[in-house]
Unconditional design. Structure first.
Length: 118
């Protein structure tokens, strides 16, 4: 077998393996992360919030990552997170974010894992 045919065979196998991986769907870890994440509209800008043990990890529209820490609240079934500069309050999919003394009500939905490109 010539070097050229061997290279083409390896490339074909790699392409088939990559296609198989993409069509399998999300891993258990990816599905778990997605179940802990919400997708929010913050005044026309998109941000993602992942809730972990005692933290809300936010991917801001500009690509920056912000971590807020859970603090006690007086109302039941509500949550509050802050880092001293940004505050997030709400329950379920109903959240308000306060930053620079401005509060914005966010429209949130469960995060959906993007479908693989074909």
């Amino acid at each position: 077998m010539t070097k050229r045919w061997r290279s083409l065979g390896i490339a074909a196998c790699a392409g088939a393996a990559l296609a198989a991986c993409q069509s399998q769907g999300p891993t258990k870890e990816e599905a778990q992360i997605a179940s802990e994440t919400i997708d929010c509209d913050h005044g026309g800008l998109r941000l993602l919030i992942r809730f972990t043990e005692g933290e809300a990890r936010i991917l801001m529209p500009d690509g920056n990552r912000v971590i807020l820490y859970q603090v006690p609240v007086t109302t039941s079934a509500a949550v509050r997170y802050t880092n001293g500069l940004i505050e997030l309050r709400g329950r379920g999919l109903d959240f308000d974010m306060q930053q620079d003394r401005q509060t914005v009500h966010m429209i949130c939905k469960p995060y959906e894992i993007p479908k693989p490109k074909e």
